[in-house]
Design a protein around this ligand. Structure first.
Ligand SMILES: *[C@@H]1O[C@H](CO)[C@@H](O)[C@H](O)[C@H]1NC(C)=O
Length: 218
């Protein structure tokens, strides 16, 4: 505990010291610290020969040689060498003072790893030419892998199950309609028969009542 008590103020002191040093020698975003000066960084395409002599002044910078580049503001003592394209690659962007050369796999080959340290691979071809996405320098061909008999195209493979579903649905609807029509007909027939019975029934009732009347009269 006593040790901790001693360490805490020490840490605070250290922090204050570091912060004050930072504020004293803090430079702008595009500057760098040189001894106790803030010097402007070199612009892209140039490297640092000599730092500035006065605070916030320009430094002495020199342009990159051919086949060398620097793409950002910097205080580098030299430019970086441009990438060279391998013999299985082709140049798609030239080397300039401010940008590296860009290489990619030649036509018909691809490389999908981060920096393509291995050699370019030959693009795959699809059976029956069923290509979903063509091969490019960074991605292999994507084939339609739907399992089907040769000669059938992908769209037909997908339309067949859909067609069956439509036919089954239509079949169910037709049978359903048929059943409903039959029920309606049967219902109509039953109602019709009942009505006919009801028409006959009142005559019988009248007959009985008249018989009763006759009996009452007696
Ligand atoms: C290759 O194709 C993919 C997907 O379409 C794309 O993201 C990528 O940028 C392409 N690569 C090149 C070098 O054109």
């Amino acid at each position: 505990m006593t040790r901790l008590r001693l360490l805490l103020p020490l840490g605070l002191l250290l922090r204050v010291a570091v912060c004050s040093v930072n504020t004293i020698t803090q430079c702008e975003m595009d500057e760098f610290k040189h001894e106790n000066l803030c010097c402007q960084q070199c612009s892209p395409g140039t490297y640092l020969l000599n730092p500035c002599q006065e605070n916030h002044n320009k430094s002495e910078c020199a342009p990159c040689d051919s086949e060398h580049f620097i793409s950002q503001k910097n205080k580098e003592p030299r430019c970086f060498p441009c990438t060279e394209c391998r013999d299985d690659q082709e140049e798609v962007a030239k080397c300039s003072r401010t940008a590296d050369r860009v290489c990619q796999c030649k036509q018909g080959t691809y490389c999908d790893s981060e920096n393509c340290l291995e050699r370019c691979h030959t693009c795959s071809s699809c059976p029956d030419g069923r290509v979903i996405r063509k091969c490019n320098a960074t991605m292999d061909t994507v084939c339609d892998t739907f399992d089907s008999k040769p000669g059938q195209s992908g769209s037909q493979c997908f339309s067949t199950p859909l067609g069956i579903v439509v036919i089954i649905a239509a079949f169910i609807i037709i049978i359903g309609a048929f059943i409903i029509i039959i029920i309606i007909i049967i219902g109509a027939v039953i109602i019709f028969i009942r009505k006919i019975r009801d028409r006959r029934a009142p005559n019988n009732v009248n007959a009985t009542t008249s018989e009763e009347n006759i009996q009452l009269c007696k």
